[in-house]
Write a protein that binds this ligand. Structure first.
Ligand code: DGJ
Length: 721
């Protein structure tokens, strides 16, 4: 049993292999006690007792003030001035709640949240609390993942009272860590520079990562890590928090006056107001809390194991991924059946197994100014329709995939002309456009149903095996003519509409492989991973930029979740020229593919395509199932290095990339990680002891060129007894 309630001291013990999560019922309220390295079940309430300060209100004389306590799910208005986890407005204008413990149960099996991504899992603690004044019932859910250092939380609020209430804020989780000496790490960026690792001290006040864009965004991922100041990849305590949510979100970390750090998050409360009628319930998305006593590396490996085992569609999680040739950077909008046929024919025999026809295949789509919403093939470009392209693919031994952007509509489209009320806009305002397009109102079930029908027909009629689901703008106005005065529910209802469509399509077409995309990595989050086993990591395909982006993304998401393509040089985003071998090396550490015109390659590059596919075939199991060890951060120095090791430690893939050449440079020595010190490994015809590789390290030439990479595969040759 990973979850246990001790009746005597009224304490809940949630235990994983390496961690403990402990809280108790005190005076009817939940008080957080500990989240950290596994300890034996014992009374640790001393850590929370005896905190007091002046100016702290109490509910009765002599009682402890909630302002100084470590809370499990803090409320508003009863003396705790820090960030509340839940905030409501009742019919009488009151906003104060006080949730008191009523009961709890420990479930053997976890149920799915209706309409939202849910990690699969088992043992789940459900605690029911009640607010007497308004009759609200709050259920806190905790599912334990013993081997992954993880607790997954969510909350359900039921209106069991006599009047409707408004929910102004409702976090998926909150946790109080009685420490104020932590560093924070967030993944920040923007389009084409997603998920850069930024680390600094967490100081007094509130630090927030958030999005108000209607999607989880390119800018700040719904992830934050807190760690010891001296924590690195290998040592120190690290906590990772990640929302299983793709909409506007907020995660805050607050350090208070007495040295408690409160972390909490969920749906962004900005511009959120949900009418909860009598008898109705509201369910939050899930939040993942991961603990590691072995630094940031182990924190990430915990996330990777958790997501591969319990989040990503099990039919695909560990299955070899399609090796894709995508035509976007080859042609953009400028193609026809002849150019496609030539490209497809050229791929024959390379080992590439799927061709993906990107944007531009449908009527009116000669630029990004028109056509979205009308998913009818443009016969002027493709005289034989999509079927002919699919036939070409089959003839070349490949499957056929297609790009769609189902949430969007162009003003110049039949769909918009027929249903101008189906777009996100205020009726009396000209809506903002992003990439010249409008967003469909996915809070309106009719819109979602319509798109379900159209896209289902498209997939059925065209022998499609792969779908790239794009989303290329942020939402504005946040108004729905369907919701009208309830439009502050729009942002959340929109994303529920997206989930409904994704659920429908992935369930109806289980054999179709879906890839997520949002102008690259604008919606790279755990919720999308539930539907789409991999996501286009960034529109930036430059090998050096990708080293940064993929390194940052790996803090929370597994390598197999990242799509990465070998693209042309000079690179289309950065104009950088990198060696072909560097491009394939970087694209080996993700779900690989190609994004370049095979007709415009040098002979050596053409051979290189086949070589890369064959090489990748031999290491794809590592990418799908292995343990990642980050060795040198591109954010910190002139080198990037990481390796991925099979669970049995018999095989590993290693990369070193030099950013810029330096004359008479030092000889880089890299110590490998994660191997078995008693194994002997072979690489490039040489044998090394695992102990030597990890302690002596490997020495590399000091004259590596700009962006040059060294890629090595290690295979076990024997083991010491
Ligand atoms: C943005 C995507 O990230 C690109 O890969 C490409 O699919 C374009 N959209 C197409 O419009």
């Amino acid at each position: 049993m990973a979850i246990h309630f001790n009746e005597r001291n009224k304490t809940f013990y949630i235990g994983g292999k390496d961690f403990s999560y402990i809280f108790r019922i005190k005076d009817g309220r939940l008080q957080h006690l500990f989240f950290g390295k596994r300890i034996k079940e014992q009374d640790v309430s001393y850590i929370a007792d005896g905190r007091k300060t002046e100016f702290a209100p109490t509910v009765s004389d002599g009682a402890e003030s909630s302002d100084v306590l470590t809370q499990e799910y803090p409320v508003y208005g009863r003396g705790d001035y820090r960030e509340p986890a839940v905030l409501i407005t009742a019919a009488d204008g009151g906003r104060t709640t006080d949730f008191i413990y009523r009961s709890h149960s420990i479930l053997k099996n976890k149920s799915k949240i209706s309409g939202m991504p849910t990690l699969r899992g088992g043992e789940t603690l459900v605690i029911e609390l009640q607010d007497e004044l308004y009759g609200l019932i709050l259920s806190l859910y905790y599912t334990v993942y013993e081997d992954c250092g993880a607790v997954v939380r969510r909350v359900v609020l039921k209106n069991g009272g006599k009047s409707d209430v408004i929910i102004n804020k409702i976090n998926s989780f909150s946790v109080d860590i009685p420490r104020c000496d932590l560093d924070k790490i967030c993944l920040q960026g923007g389009w084409a520079k997603e998920r850069g690792v930024e680390r600094s001290a967490l100081t007094h006040g509130i630090f927030e990562v958030s999005s108000t864009r209607g999607s989880s965004s390119h800018h700040l991922n719904p992830f934050i890590a807190l760690c010891d100041k001296n924590a690195d990849e290998n040592v120190g305590e690290a906590y990772g928090f990640n929302l299983v949510y793709s909409g506007s979100f907020s995660v805050k970390a607050q350090v208070d006056q007495l040295g408690i750090t409160r972390v909490g998050g969920g749906i962004n409360e900005k511009d959120f107001r949900w009418a909860l009628k009598v008898g109705e319930s509201f369910e939050t998305p899930e939040a993942v809390l991961v603990y590691s006593a072995e630094g940031l590396g182990k924190m990430s490996r915990n996330f990777h194991d958790l997501y591969r085992e319990y989040l990503i569609n099990p039919a695909y999680a560990y299955k070899k991924r399609p090796v894709v040739l995508n035509c976007w950077e080859s042609f953009y909008f400028d193609f026809n059946d002849k150019s496609l046929s030539e490209l497809i024919a050229k791929a024959k025999g390379t080992g590439i197994d799927t061709f993906v026809l990107d944007d531009g295949w449908f009527v009116g789509r000669n630029s990004d100014k028109a056509g979205l919403g009308d998913w009818h093939v443009d016969y002027d470009k493709l005289s034989g329709g999509l079927k002919a392209v699919a036939d070409d693919c089959r003839a070349a031994g490949m499957k056929f995939g297609i790009w769609i952007e189902p949430e969007m509509v162009s003003e110049d489209s039949e769909l918009y002309r027929a249903h101008p009320d189906w777009v996100v806009r205020h009726p009396d305002l000209t809506p903002c456009k992003g990439r010249h397009q409008l967003v469909l109102d996915f809070a309106n079930p009719d819109t979602v149903d319509y798109v379900k029908g159209v896209i289902s027909d498209l997939l059925k009629e065209n022998d499609v095996s792969y779908v790239k689901w794009d989303m290329n703008r942020n939402i504005t106005e946040f108004y729905s003519v369907y919701l009208k005065e309830r439009s502050q529910e729009f942002a959340h209802r929109y994303i529920l509409g997206v989930y409904a469509l994704a659920e429908h399509l992935t369930a109806s077409f289980p054999d179709v492989f879906f890839e997520g995309c949002s102008g690259g990595g604008g919606r790279f989050d755990a919720a999308m991973l539930y539907y789409f086993p991999q996501i286009w990591t960034s529109d930036n395909t430059d090998a050096l930029s990708r080293a940064f982006i993929q390194y940052g993304t790996s803090f929370c998401y597994p390598l197999s979740a990242m799509s990465g393509h070998v693209s042309a040089c000079p690179n289309h985003q950065t104009a950088r020229i990198t060696p072909f071998s560097s491009r394939t090396a970087i694209a080996s550490f993700c779900s690989t593919g190609f994004e370049l015109n095979l007709n415009a390659l040098t002979e050596e590059e053409t051979k290189g395509i086949k070589k890369h596919v064959e090489f990748y075939d031999g290491i794809s199991d590592l990418i799908l199932k292995g343990d990642l060890y980050r060795l040198l951060s591109p954010f910190d120095g002139n080198y990037f290095s990481q390796m991925v090791v099979s669970k049995d430690k018999k095989k590993a893939l290693f990369i070193l990339m030099k950013k810029l050449a330096r004359c008479n440079d030092v000889y880089p020595v890299v110590k490998l990680k994660g191997l078995n010190e008693n194994f002997t490994y072979e690489t490039g015809g040489r044998l090394y002891g695992g102990d030597a590789l990890m302690n002596v390290g490997l020495k590399f030439p000091n004259d590596l060129k700009d962006f040059e990479t060294v890629l090595m595969v290690f295979t076990v040759r024997g083991a010491e007894k």
